[in-house]
Design a protein around this ligand. Structure first.
Ligand code: ARG
Length: 458
């Protein structure tokens, strides 16, 4: 059934119907559509616009439709234009005259704006939970690895030693920010557009505050034209999702490197790896690669929607229907990636010995040798120069700084003494760094404690 046949003298061209219809994807929010309709009808009755009998009939009918779809008794076919038409047609077929009153004081423009917000609110909560699961996993791994030494890199060159807990802690911060972005979006979008009509409100005495409360919004939106054409929250969401993917992608890149033959810092579990059809020896990090790869389509959704909305005049335009497939795809992609990623890192084997051996190579303690000289009264700039020469000497002999004999140290500066060895051991290098946010055990324990508090309250 069409909602708008009256003014037309011809049937819609079949291709036009297909091109125009959104039912193949907006059926995803049938529950929200029905939930919104129930709130609308409850309000219409409270305002005396519908009788109590009509209200009961409609609500019962809508609940049955929801149950029947849920239980697979009623299939949402692609005949209707969109989910709103489908539900209304079903209702009229089931309860007759009263069903025709459902759409009183409402337009599909405010209806779809509402449905999408209800849907997105729910998805935000689910993504938030997936992020929390990931944070919990990271938290456990951090606690287990405050003494697991690892080279820290800049420019992908070994820089200074850190610990695995510290490295994972960097991602903990990123995903924590991702969650707070989702909280922000939820808060900002949580105004109810229902009752805005097509664009100019309605002549019926609707109680918009009441429907907003019924649907757990903070209140109604304040401008009906904005209400039906606002898609800012979707852009904000796609942007937040893009950032989540960027974080996951960076992490995946490291996991791929760490899992490689050259690094061997970790080994992905067999259940999270795949093989090659030709090379029997292969065990590939496909999941990490796919998460990295899927980042592109989430960015794509953001740019697509921004481009779609650019230059649209007020108020509703059909272009806006394009928001759905993009958003649904991005949301589902991020949810899938978060779930898989968490399982992947929780099950991977950590090769502590390889990490530590690697942290010892590459002169990661060179800064600490310079700091040692500073402790002996040499200005930092001079110390930097001395250690640079020592490093050159070591490269030539293919040894590490701690392999040098004291006499060799002394050739470069008489300030060196036998306490140099303890001062530049891996253990000292890491654990002397205890400013807030640094990798030293004391500093790390504090952060882990703060993270624990964060996880228990939000
Ligand atoms: N399927 C439409 C959308 O997603 C619903 C709103 C239709 N409104 C209209 N006036 N044609 O945007």
């Amino acid at each position: 059934m069409k909602l708008w046949g009256g003014r037309f003298t011809k049937e819609t061209n079949q291709l036009v119907h297909k091109f125009n219809a959104s039912i193949s994807y907006d059926k995803k929010f049938y529950k929200q559509d029905i939930e919104g309709s129930i709130a609308h009808v409850t309000m219409l009755a409270k305002q005396g616009i519908l009788t109590e009998e009509e209200e009961n009939l409609i609500i019962e009918g809508l609940n049955h439709i929801a149950d029947d779809i849920e239980n697979g008794i009623l299939e949402i076919d692609n005949e209707s234009e969109d989910i709103h038409s489908f539900v209304e047609a079903q209702l009229i077929a089931r309860i007759g005259e009263a069903g025709k009153k459902l759409h009183t004081g409402r337009s599909r423009n405010d209806q779809v704006a509402l449905d999408m917000k209800l849907y997105v609110r729910n998805e935000i909560n689910e993504i938030n939970q997936l992020l929390k699961d990931l944070l919990n996993t990271l938290h456990v791994m951090m606690k287990e690895n405050i003494k697991t030494f690892l080279p820290g890199f800049t420019h992908l060159q070994k820089a200074q030693p850190v610990t695995l807990a510290h490295h994972l802690g960097a991602y903990f911060e990123m995903f924590k920010r991702d969650r707070s972005r989702l909280f922000d979006i939820y808060k900002r979008m949580n105004q109810c557009p229902l009752g805005s009509g097509a664009l100019a409100g309605t002549t019926y005495p609707l109680d918009r505050t009441y429907t907003a409360t019924l649907l757990e919004f903070d209140g109604p939106t304040y401008n009906s034209m904005d209400s039906v054409s606002d898609r800012d929250y979707l852009i904000e969401l796609l942007s937040a999702l893009s950032i989540i993917m960027m974080h996951l992608s960076r992490f995946c890149e490291e996991i791929i490197l760490w899992n490689s033959n050259e690094y061997q810092f970790i080994e992905l579990d067999d259940a999270y790896s795949t093989g090659s059809s030709i090379m029997p020896q292969k065990k590939n990090p496909d999941i990490a690669e796919l998460v990295r790869g899927k980042t592109g389509r989430v960015y794509g959704a953001l740019v697509s929607l921004l481009t779609t909305l650019k230059g649209l005049p007020l108020a509703y335009n059909k272009d806006m229907q394009e928001d759905k497939e993009l958003s649904f795809d991005a949301i589902d992609t991020v949810k899938g990636c978060l779930l898989l990623f968490t399982g992947m890192i929780a099950s991977m084997k950590i090769n502590k010995a390889m990490m530590e051996a690697s942290a010892k190579k590459g002169f990661t303690n060179a800064t600490d040798v310079a700091d040692y000289l500073v402790g002996k009264g040499i200005p930092f700039r001079d110390a930097h120069g001395i250690v640079g020469q020592l490093v050159l000497y070591c490269i030539d002999k293919n040894i590490s700084l701690e392999d040098l004999h004291l006499e060799e140290f002394k050739l470069y500066s008489t300030a060196f003494d036998k306490d140099i060895y303890d001062a530049i051991s891996l253990h000292t290098c890491v654990n002397k760094r205890n400013t807030i946010g640094a990798p030293g055990i004391e500093a790390m324990k504090k952060v882990i404690q703060w993270n624990e508090e964060y996880l228990s309250i939000s």
